[in-house]
Design a protein around this ligand. Structure first.
Ligand code: ADP
Ligand code: MG
Ligand code: ZN
Length: 632
């Protein structure tokens, strides 16, 4: 694929350079001219001037705004020396001068007045232009384009070369999205077929989905399949522009595109310009963004049906924040969901990216796909690359299954940071904490198989971690599994409580997640007997984008709010009791595993499984007292 920037006209660049030079030359001249060519007038203190006036040594005074020039009496009635002083604010001066019989007037126009004033008028704009050009050329707010066309569109045009063009074959795991976009490809290829019958070709298609799921890739694939030019620009590029420049760019972008129709305009991160205009009212609005947005709407409304086929694709991961005006008919009225891939999709994506690396005979991509639920396409591409890097580091000929397995962990938890050293006490606490998670996770349903416990710090925050991998893709969870997950999250803290009798700050994130989960059970999934099957949260559409915690509660009565709080607390506390119980039951096993962990830092695989097989189930689970949460 060839990426072409719009060529910058060399002449425009030359002109701008000359302008820059000229205007700085003028600036220098303007600053120093009076001193260079004007007579040098000695400067004296104001007090001396007043003194000389009072002594009647002064014949005439020119009072300027920034300077007073005056002439002393010379000998024998000849004109004397000319002096100057800097005025201070003195209303009495005219009176004084008058009383001493001094001739005075406002300052005369300077000798080379027309020239200086011309400079005064010409130079500021020139300087402005020069500075503007300077930034434009550095790319600060402008294009790589001709320096004189600072507002020109920065959109890159991808002209797909035959050899390396992106097509639907390069995208997997998003079958529904592909099906919908096939239609768009048809529109671009044979618009007549649709317009003949009088069908209106859609102008805007919004790709909605979490980051890394392949929205940009899909847009390119549509262009590739249809064989049309692809203009791409990112919404965030508009944000730092001067007022007005963003709108001009939108106009220019559409102009260029219309000339090349049929073609695709792709606006990435649409939410950066398309944020709801009402939502930022508190800060008095953002003029620039609003103008850019308005221009975009105008342009989209502008091209009439039946004329040039320009289809605007846009991508966002925050559809709920978009201005409703963008979603009206005739604008982005089609929305295509690009969600994270399921098991089969992940396997297909892995296959696509694995073509670029050498795979060993033992590689089983299906198994890798099974262990990576929740990964987006970009994460999977990253995983393959990490595995290839690992294989190269280990001087292997091809990527082995072990490389892929290790790459999963890298992608999940960030790179190993062996450099961060915990002291012995901390290490011990982390070890017991993680084993606590593992024991409860093993005993309770819902979390999947415990695959690894580690006290090697990883990434930014985690001091240790327990890796629980699901054995299959799950779309539904029942109440018992959710309760199991909450208990598992509390397992770390519970172990700390039992072993050390005190609590550290290390469990903050666990508690946060446990509480969120419990709140969702009550307010979203209707799993509380007290509150019944009602949804107490708003904005469900944001859920699939992974920011579940952020939904505000619906307006509820104070009584209901209290009930919710009580239920959430009850769920978390019950889970806590279960976790404590499980750990108490397995106190010796906890010691055994924690001590081993302190020695080896990591326990995984069969060794871990055989240890966890000795876990005794909890009392509370057996006698059934875990169930009736609301009753007690
Ligand atoms: P988004 O625009 O949704 O954030 P991108 O399209 O930029 O995601 O994806 C980044 C990269 O991840 C792509 O270039 C591609 O290599 C890989 N990728 C993402 N999704 C997919 C997919 N569904 N199929 C194949 N590769 C994908
Ligand atoms: Mg993208
Ligand atoms: Zn923890």
């Amino acid at each position: 694929m060839a990426i072409k920037d719009q060529p910058r006209p060399p002449r425009a660049r030359l002109v701008s350079n000359i302008l820059l030079l000229l205007s700085s030359a003028f600036l220098l001249v303007n600053l120093f001219l009076p001193n260079l060519f004007g007579p040098r007038i000695p400067q004296v203190p104001y007090s001396l001037f007043i003194h000389q006036v009072q002594q009647q040594e002064v014949t005439s005074v020119y009072v300027g705004q920034n300077q007073i020039q005056y002439q002393l009496k010379g000998e024998d009635g000849k004109p004397g020396q000319v002096l100057s002083t800097t005025p201070i604010f003195d209303l009495e001066l005219p009176k004084l001068l008058e009383s001493k019989g001094v001739e005075f007037a406002a300052a005369p126009p300077p000798k080379n007045g027309w020239f200086t004033s011309l400079l005064g008028w010409v130079i500021p704009p020139l300087i402005f232009v020069a500075v503007y050009q300077f930034f434009a050329r550095r790319g600060g707010f402008g294009g790589p384009q001709g320096a004189l066309s600072i507002t020109k569109s920065k959109a890159r045009v991808y002209v797909e070369g035959e050899s390396a063009k992106t097509t639907f074959k390069d995208v997997a795991g998003v079958e529904e999205a592909k099906t919908e976009l096939v239609e768009i490809v048809e529109f671009l290829k044979t618009p007549e077929r649709f317009t003949q019958i009088g069908a209106r070709i859609p102008k805007g298609v919004l790709l909605v989905g979490p980051p890394g799921t392949g929205k940009t890739l899909l847009a390119k694939a549509v262009a590739g399949e249809a064989g049309v030019p692809f203009f791409s620009i990112s919404g965030s590029e508009f944000v730092e522009l001067f007022v007005g420049a963003g709108a001009a760019r939108v106009r220019d972008l559409f102009e260029q595109a219309k000339k090349q129709a049929p073609c695709i305009i792709f606006i990435d991160e649409l939410d950066a310009i398309g944020k709801s205009r009402s939502s930022n009212g508190f800060y008095g609005g953002n003029d620039e963004r609003e103008q850019t947005l308005n221009q975009l709407l105008t342009e989209m409304d502008g091209f009439a049906a039946g004329s040039a086929t320009v289809i605007v694709l846009a991508a966002t991961n925050r559809p709920e924040s978009l201005d409703p005006a963008l979603l009206r008919p005739g604008r982005f009225d089609r929305q295509v969901l690009v969600d994270r891939p399921d098991l089969a999709g992940r396997e297909a994506i892995l296959k696509i990216h694995a073509q670029k690396v050498k795979l060993g005979a033992d590689v089983d991509l299906r198994a890798i796909a099974t262990r990576t639920p929740g990964f987006a396409g970009a994460d999977l591409a990253n995983l393959i690359n990490e595995a290839a890097l690992l294989a190269a580091r280990n001087r292997r000929e091809a990527v082995a299954q072990a490389d892929l397995a290790e790459a999963i962990e890298r992608v999940v938890a960030g790179l190993e940071k062996k450099s961060r050293v915990l002291n012995d006490k901390e290490k011990k606490i982390v070890a017991y904490h993680e084993v606590g998670h593992a024991l409860v996770g093993y005993a309770m349903p819902g979390g999947g198989q415990v695959e690894k416990i580690s006290i090697v710090p990883r990434g930014m925050a985690a001091l240790g971690y327990t890796l629980q991998l699901p054995t299959e893709d799950r779309f539904l969870m029942d109440e018992a599994e959710l309760r199991g997950q909450i208990a598992t999250l509390l397992g770390g803290r519970s172990a700390e409580e039992i072993v050390f009798g005190s609590i550290t700050t290390g469990a903050a994130n666990d508690l946060q997640r446990a509480t969120d989960l419990a709140e969702r059970m009550v307010t979203t999934y209707g799993m509380s007997q007290v509150l019944g099957p009602l949804a107490y949260q708003q904005g469900q559409q944001a859920m699939f984008l992974g920011n579940e915690g952020a939904n505000p509660r619906r307006m509820v009565s104070e009584q209901t709010a209290q009930d919710i709080d009580k239920e959430v607390k009850e769920i978390v506390e019950t889970a806590h009791r279960q976790a404590l119980d499980i750990i108490q039951q397995n106190r010796e096993l906890l010691e055994t595993i924690a001590n081993q962990l302190l020695e080896t830092e990591v326990i995984e695989g069969d060794k871990l499984h055989s240890l966890l097989n000795q876990v005794q189930p909890a009392h509370l689970l057996n006698n059934g007292s875990a169930k009736p949460i609301a009753a007690s």
